[in-house]
Design a protein around this ligand. Structure first.
Ligand code: 15L
Length: 268
C-alpha cells in the first residue's frame, strides 16, 4: 500500500511518523515545509494544498491519504478558506482523479465545540462549530460524504481531541489522545475493509470522556492509553492558567470564548 501523509511537518505528523514508518510499502510525507530528517522508509514530496496540479502529482499511484494538512487552529477567514476549504477540495478532487481510494481526514472536536461539558455526544449529533476552523472541518466532513456517496471513495473522519504525550490541562483529560492510539485509528481508517464513510472521535481511554466513541470501537478501536494517569500534572497546569467563564462551559474550550459576544444562556 502506498500512503501519502499531508501536513507531515506539523506537530501531529511529527509524532505519528515513527509509529507509521514501515507499516506500509511506501510512506510519502508531504508538506509545504521541507522535512530534512527523513528516516529509512520515508520519502518527502513537497505540495501546496491550494495547487490542484501539485496535489494530483502527489497522489498519483497512491492507495491512501492521511490528510493532516491545512489550518489546524482558529485563524482569520482567508487562511482557513485557502487551506481547509479550497485546499481540501483540491485534495479530494486529486484523490478521485488519481484513484486514491482511502481518505483518513483529520477533523476536530471543534466541529462540535459548542456542546456543553455535561453532555455526552456521539458521532451522529448535529454539528455545533465553535470557530471558522470548526466550520471548515465540518465542511471537510461534508465533502468527504459527497466523495464517498457520489464517487465511491472510502472516507474515515477522525474528530481529534488533543494529541500529545500527555493531556495538557483538565479539559484535555476528557479529550486527549496519545500518538499511538491515533496511529491505531489511522490504521483502521486505511485498512478496515467495510468503510464507506465514518465519523469517529480521536480520544484515548478517558474516563472523563464527553464522547460516546462506540462507532470507533465497532470498527475495532481498542485505545491503550488513559488520561487519568496524568491528572496531577493536568490539574497543576489548569490551576496556573484558569479558564474564563465561557471557556469552562463548553467542550471546545477557548475556541468558544474567542470573539464571543453571544448569550450563553441560549446555548443548551
Ligand atoms: C485542535 O483541533 C487543534 O488542532 C489543537 O491544536 C488543539 O487546540 C485541540 O484542537 C484542542 O481542542 O485542544
Amino acid at each position: 500500500m502506498k500512503v501519502v501523509m499531508t501536513g507531515a511537518a506539523g506537530g501531529v505528523g511529527t509524532m505519528l511518523r515513527p509509529l507509521l514508518r514501515g507499516r506500509f510499502d511506501e510512506l510519502i510525507l508531504s508538506d509545504r515545509v521541507a522535512i530534512e530528517d527523513l528516516a529509512e522508509g520515508e520519502r518527502f514530496e513537497p505540495a501546496d494544498l491550494t495547487d490542484l496540479a501539485a496535489m494530483e502529482r502527489l497522489l498519483a499511484g497512491a492507495d491512501g491519504l492521511i490528510h493532516l494538512g491545512g489550518q489546524s487552529v482558529e485563524a482569520p477567514w482567508d487562511p482557513v478558506l485557502q487551506a481547509n476549504i479550497i485546499g481540501l477540495h483540491n485534495s479530494y478532487e486529486a484523490a478521485r482523479r488519481q484513484g486514491c481510494n482511502r481518505i483518513v481526514f483529520a477533523t476536530t472536536n471543534h466541529v462540535v465545540g459548542f456542546y456543553r461539558r455535561q453532555r455526552t455526544i456521539d458521532h451522529t449529533v448535529p454539528i455545533r462549530p465553535d470557530s471558522y476552523y470548526g466550520v471548515s472541518k465540518a465542511f471537510g466532513e461534508a465533502l468527504g460524504r459527497l466523495y464517498a456517496d457520489k464517487h465511491g471513495l472510502r472516507v474515515f473522519n477522525i474528530r481529534i481531541g488533543n494529541v500529545g504525550e500527555r493531556p495538557l490541562d483538565i479539559r484535555r483529560l476528557s479529550i486527549w489522545i496519545s500518538p499511538r492510539d491515533l496511529a491505531q485509528l489511522i490504521g483502521i481508517g486505511l485498512e478496515h475493509p467495510a468503510i464507506h464513510f465514518e465519523v469517529v472521535y480521536g480520544a484515548s481511554r478517558n474516563i472523563r470522556a464527553w464522547w460516546d466513541n462506540r462507532n470507533a470501537e465497532r470498527l475495532g478501536y481498542r485505545p491503550v492509553d488513559e488520561s487519568e494517569a496524568h491528572t496531577v500534572v493536568a490539574h497543576e497546569a489548569s490551576l496556573a492558567a484558569p479558564e474564563d467563564a465561557i471557556t469552562d462551559q463548553f467542550q471546545g474550550g477557548s475556541f468558544c470564548a474567542m470573539d464571543f459576544d453571544g448569550d450563553p444562556s441560549r446555548i443548551d
